[in-house]
Design a protein around this ligand. Structure first.
Ligand SMILES: *Cc1c(COP(=O)(O)O)cnc(C)c1O
Length: 367
């Protein structure tokens, strides 16, 4: 197998999931978002692990992601979080996905398609309480809910909203989340008052789970937290699940004044040993790591030097080293700085770091 590998620590994922379950208590369900190939961790393995560890639902963004899970023999309910096209309805029905619906037009087309297929399609009503992407207005929710419940080819299985700033502890953001939650609670109450049972009520992403206990309702949907990143600074330990490793495929002595890599941006200030690592932006790492990251070899960090290339990068081992060719190096995770540290360095979020690690990097499941 290739030297550059993403180790996926399933035991850590399970511990993160168990810790969430302990906090929410036995009466609530967990939906595990496995969109974008489980944030880069591998949707099929993560889904199987999550369900075995007590999750009840999975969530995807694309119909194709749901189809992949069904193809792997997964039978749990799969929420389709993003709005699909009308043309995708046959596949929604074929793969028994549970779309989140926001409007009457789509509901009616879906119901008609389900009726002519002779199937009953479960749906969750999505209410926009302040995220501004999808969802009906809170005022429209009771009418839409009653409309769904009246359609025999649909099963009204749940009611959801999504929080825009729940990970933030800033007073304005805390207040905004409180406002979102009260709009949601009120809409759910009005659905009930209208004589419609709202099904599974859910709102909490990782931030909601961590900071807003009143967002837990019947089910929580934490994603990034289960993959090991608590971005809130609150008291909840999550273990990073992905570890990106490679090997040193070449080591050479470089003389003072010699330049390395494209553009000759780095000129060696002294005689030194340089290691070549077979990982680059062609693996989904950012080229902004050029001269801007350190890799862990044994128990020490060594700086990347020169331009970060498509398939390779270079680390400076220093003028004296006993590090040998073929040794292992950690790019992030494990004992090395995490994907969250790399994200901070690159002014982004760990979601983007792990999602971007692409197909060229084999996932190796451990634990
Ligand atoms: C991705 C997503 C989540 C999970 O969000 P995290 O920030 O990773 O916890 C929850 N709900 C919806 C609708 C999402 O799209």
């Amino acid at each position: 197998m290739r030297a550059t590998q993403a180790l996926i620590h399933l035991d850590r994922f399970c511990r993160n999931l168990r810790a969430v379950r302990e906090r929410i208590g036995p009466g609530r369900r967990i939906c595990v978002p496995v969109k974008a190939d489980a944030y880069g961790h591998g949707a099929i393995r993560i889904a199987g692990t999550a369900l075995a560890a007590g999750a009840s639902h999975l969530a995807v963004a694309a119909v194709s992601e749901g189809a992949e899970l069904r193809g792997a023999g997964i039978h749990a309910p799969i929420l389709l979080l993003s709005q699909a096209l009308p043309e995708e309805i046959p596949e929604i029905l074929q793969y028994r996905l549970t779309p989140l619906v926001s409007d009457r037009e789509f509901v009616e087309v879906l119901a008609q398609a389900a009726l002519s297929e002779g199937v009953r399609c479960p749906v969750h009503l999505k209410i926009d309480t302040g995220m501004g992407r999808l969802g009906c207005l809170p005022d429209e929710a009771p009418g839409l809910a009653a409309g769904i419940a009246a359609l025999k080819s649909l099963e009204y299985a749940g009611t959801a909203t999504h929080l825009a700033a729940a990970d933030s502890g800033l007073p304005g953001d805390m207040a905004f989340t409180g406002e979102q939650l009260s709009r949601f609670r009120e809409a759910v109450e009005q659905i009930r008052a209208g004589g419609t049972e709202p099904g599974i009520v859910h709102a909490a992403n990782s931030g909601g789970f961590l900071r807003h206990e009143d967002s837990w309702f019947d089910m929580v949907r934490p994603g990034i937290l289960l993959y090991g990143y608590n971005l809130t600074g609150t008291d909840f330990t999550a273990e990073p699940v992905m570890e990106l490793r490679t090997r040193l495929t070449f080591i050479k002595k470089v003389r003072q004044g010699e330049s390395l890599s494209y553009g000759r941006t780095w000129v060696s200030p002294r005689d030194t040993w340089i290691a070549t690592l077979p990982a680059g932006y062609g693996d989904g790492l950012s080229r902004l790591l050029s001269g801007n990251w350190q890799v862990l070899i044994r128990d020490r960090l060594y700086p990347l030097v020169g331009r970060f290339c498509m398939d390779q990068c270079l680390a400076d081992l220093g003028p004296e080293t006993d590090i040998a060719r073929w040794e292992e190096a950690a790019i992030f995770g494990g004992s090395a700085p995490s994907a969250a540290d790399m994200a901070a360095r690159l002014h982004t979020i760990p979601y983007e770091i792990t999602c971007n690690i692409n197909k060229r990097v084999p996932r190796v499941y451990v634990g």
